[in-house]
Design a protein around this ligand. Sequence first.
Ligand SMILES: Nc1ncnc2c1ncn2[C@@H]1O[C@H](COP(=O)(O)OP(=O)(O)OP(=O)(O)O)[C@@H](O)[C@H]1O
Length: 303
Amino acid sequence: MKAIHCKELTKQYRRKAALDGVDLSIDDNKIIGLIGRNGAGKTTLLKIISGMLRESSGHVEVFSKRPFNNLFVSANSIYIDDQMNFPPSLTLKELLKEGRRFYKNWDHDLALRLFEHFGFHEKESHKNLSKGKESTFNMIVGLCSRCPLTIFDEPTTGMDAAVRKDFHRALLKDYIAHPRTILLSTHYMNEMEDLFEEVVLLDHGKLRLHTTMDDLREYAIGLSGKVSSVQPWLEGRDVLDQQESGLDDVQVAVKHDYTDGEIQRMRLDGISVTSIQPTDACMFLTKQEGGGLDHVFRSNESE
Ligand SMILES: Nc1ncnc2c1ncn2[C@@H]1O[C@H](COP(=O)(O)OP(=O)(O)OP(=O)(O)O)[C@@H](O)[C@H]1O
């Protein structure tokens, strides 16, 4: 069954198209990573899916319902980000107790165990937490709600590396025991790629790629060697990035649609063939036009 279905989804903020004709279908009971550069439209998409924002045009369905202001969708989903507002008069422990009232699948035992594991104090208040602790508390709420659609928008903001690792493990363990649809946006794809079954990549409000993590690992390969050896292998191919090094050496990231036989022949031509990490593939796929940072410094040097 489809948990989420978007067709030509657009969100316009005055003259700015934050989402521009997004077609996307997501099956239920999967962990999906939402990736994209700053301003790509991730938060906008997640807020539309969770029913907090209304689309400008196109079509969006969550559990076969239009999410905006929909009671069924809001009862079956949770949206966690770093700007969550909780009633200031309640302590952290009291907030967890409230979880029971709001979420029908709430696991209070797990909430208390995580609360203790991450070193919270029962009388603390949410507004006095440090950035990393705030994210950790929000993560506990997101996990323990066990909503059929759980949305985490940059959930690890401010968490230190050890807490991020614990979060990934907790998420995976709980998901395996209680499968549901988890949509998670992050800029730390290299740390999270083992969690994701699929990845959705946004670029300037458009869907650039929606694929399985396994396919993304094979999406591109790196070729490096003499220009004269490498160049013939690039004809008619989708070159994602190309850097000249030295006088006549080149390093290229190219979409991998070569056969095993072709790879063998490249190696015989003296070309080094390497894999491209998913994070790098996403970076190349969403590369900014205009020559990058080197170009900025080059302009300065020429003055
Ligand atoms: N309320 C708003 N009014 C006007 N423009 C907005 C508003 N919210 C977002 N935008 C613009 O829409 C675009 C997409 O923003 P969005 O927050 O969805 O991106 P994002 O991928 O989540 O970015 P980041 O990774 O930096 O959090 C950006 O250009 C942003 O400036």
